[in-house]
Design a protein around this ligand. Sequence first.
Ligand code: FAD
Length: 345
Amino acid sequence: FEAIEKQVAEAPKKDLSAYKNVWVFAEQRAGKVMPVAIELLGEGRKLADEIGVELCAIVLGNNIEGLAKELAQYGADKVYIAEHELLETFTTDGYTKVITDAINEIKPEIVLLGATHIGRDLAPRVAARVDTGLTADCTKLEIDPEDKKIKQTRPAFGGNIMATIVCPNHRPQMSTVRPGVMDKAHKDDSKCGEIIKLDVKLTKTDVRTEVLEIIKTVGELVSLTDAEFIVSGGRGIGNADGFKLIKELADKLGGVVGASRATVDAGWIDHSHQVGQTGTTVKPTIYIACGISGAIQHLAGMQSSDVIIAINKNANAPIFDVADYGIVGDLYDVIPQLIQSLDKV
Ligand code: FAD
């Protein structure tokens, strides 16, 4: 640590005074703002207010002016819009170039992206090109009241510790943020921010890939991040058929089925259902963990749920440490009783 501190102290100091405002990369697919962008606007608002700067969104695509208005309604003071036919669909090259150019020109102080497939692809490339650092996969962001720098917290060493990281000598300070962790911004139709069209300098030679066709996955659509009720099954269900009972309870509640990695690795259910560090981070109103031990990597993805109910036959299972309500028993006895009681409601 001493060596790192010395290196940081001795590094040549850049003039960072030109960097201002908080930027949110507003990910969109087929003209629809992704939920993570709205979460980032919610979090970005808090950060911008604490520093006393503006909250800005940057959105890329083609014919997306309507989206810019929507982002302003979610609280962006300024929306930078980059429209070009080469931005019609996402490409790593096209998006990286346009965002890099915009950062170099306008100089934001903080840039937030969702830790989605697209965000994870873009953020390190952009960070390298603008010569700054990146904290990936953050679960908490806060402003240091003294120096107004952003403190970025993320799980490290397989989720066993939480690391808080700062970016002392470079700008912008960049983070990718896990979807489903931050509170969403509220929409206010009366709000209208300033919409600024970026001068997009993009030619066919800048984009080395051509998207020929988009094939939507035929698998079951699981929207864990938006679900209000999640019923998750762990190894305790015994086999793939056990998910039928989990689904029955989830259906009764109007919720969706989640899963631990053990069940995904066993091939009992698709990875799109996995909750946790290497799955999806969720924040439902009610999370019911059935036959899940409560390994730290699973907790990392669900412990900020509003209410956690755990069903486990081992009274010492770590899941009970985070549960608001715990039922010690065999899930094959408990869940049918829960379903029966719900039938009576
Ligand atoms: P187990 O730990 O085997 O627990 C099964 C539980 O079921 C036990 O507590 C048992 O008492 C209970 N039980 C058994 N029978 C019954 C019954 N009939 N009724 C009631 N209870 C019963 N895990 C994730 O979930 N998500 C992740 O994203 C994730 N990422 C990881 C990333 C890394 C780098 C690593 C190293 C691990 C990761 N893991 C992840 C794996 C994690 O460490 C655990 O191995 C996993 O969560 C265990 O799943 P489980 O709780 O279903 O199984």
